[in-house]
Design a protein around this ligand. Sequence first.
Ligand code: PMT
Length: 398
Amino acid sequence: MLKGKHIILGITGGIAAYKSVTLLRLLVKAGAEVQVVITPSGKEFITPVTLSALSGKPVVSEFFTANTGQWNSHVDLGLWADAMVIAPATASTIGKMANGIADNMLVTTYLSAKAPVFIAPAMDLDMMAHPSTVTNIERLRSYGNHIIEPASGELASHLVGKGRMEEPEKIVEILDRFFDSQGKLNGKNVLITAGPTYEKIDPVRFIGNYSSGKMGYALAEEAALQGANVTLISGPVSLKAVHPAIKVIKVESAREMCDACVSEFPTSDIAIMCAAVADYAPETVHDRKIKREHDDTPVIRLIKNPDIAATLGKMKQEGQYLVGFALETDSELKNATEKLQRKNLDMIVLNSLKDKGAGFGTDTNKVTLITADGNQQKSDLLPKRQIAELIIDSLSNL
Ligand code: PMT
């Protein structure tokens, strides 16, 4: 899939820069045209001569070529690329990219790039675990960049932990898979629900749940990346959708979410119900704050909310595909299969709160995809963005 693709290989100043040489060789061998952009400190670790010999192109590092005064246009480079890969990406470059500090050719090229960007961090385990690095990586992820997670193992410092740049062979495989799957949902209308619902008790209180929206927003970004027009119906969360092909409809209660879904579903090819919808709402919403000074302890009577997934299951027409989630704490497979059948779903994504790192609020999840014909596919514990890839991949295969 890499044949003829234009790849910018960004190299920064870390020990793992030696692996970039192999990465460059593998990319060229796979038929890609590679332009190396290296930071000034990257050149302390690996010479431009080696890189230009292997890529067959002069290496770009400065805004001007010193002896000719030729201007190296980061804008042109950004437009030329089909993908940009930064490997290794140091904590410093990650910080600059996350915060728009455009003081070198690599970061300006990154900021100008229209193509998908893949970032392979490499650093010592403590730097990797520092809240500053973690926040910057999360920010880059939220911009729609692909993070190639570093592996765990022995590091240059001889300490053992997470921070080793992913192996060049694996990075090439990730790029290859990306180009292979790109556009699998081209032109499809995809409806996704995300986040919690809030059910009002009075003007200051509500019944809610711990959903952060991370799983649903990751699905929306991935579907948009695969060429879909995405309508994201979102409960109250602090996340922002980044991709321009995502239209966000903000709702608060299960009823509002249901109304929005019912109105959007007829024009959708695929609907993915990832929201954690409250099953019950208070029967009465007080128009004033319930006061503590009341003599009696207040009793809040609950009524059933509509089951949105089941409502869409009844509306579903030939050719429409409906996916639900199941968040379970026990008898997981049995409960998920029962929901799949009762709500007339084509696939259900089971996640269990028994699995550490899965479910609400986490950046990771562990799922089992169960299709209506009984097929099951289990995942490892992976970042939610990778889980989203898995789900979208299995949908596009179907
Ligand atoms: O948002 P995050 O913090 O990233 O967490 C992700 C998640 C845990 C919320 C997500 O992975 C998940 O499991 N979402 C579904 C949670 C849930 O409500 O599960 P459920 O088993 O109660 O519901 C089954 C299905 O019916 C779900 O698709 C749900 O959206 C849907 N449903 C439920 C109740 C209701 N009244 N209407 C519905 O449509």
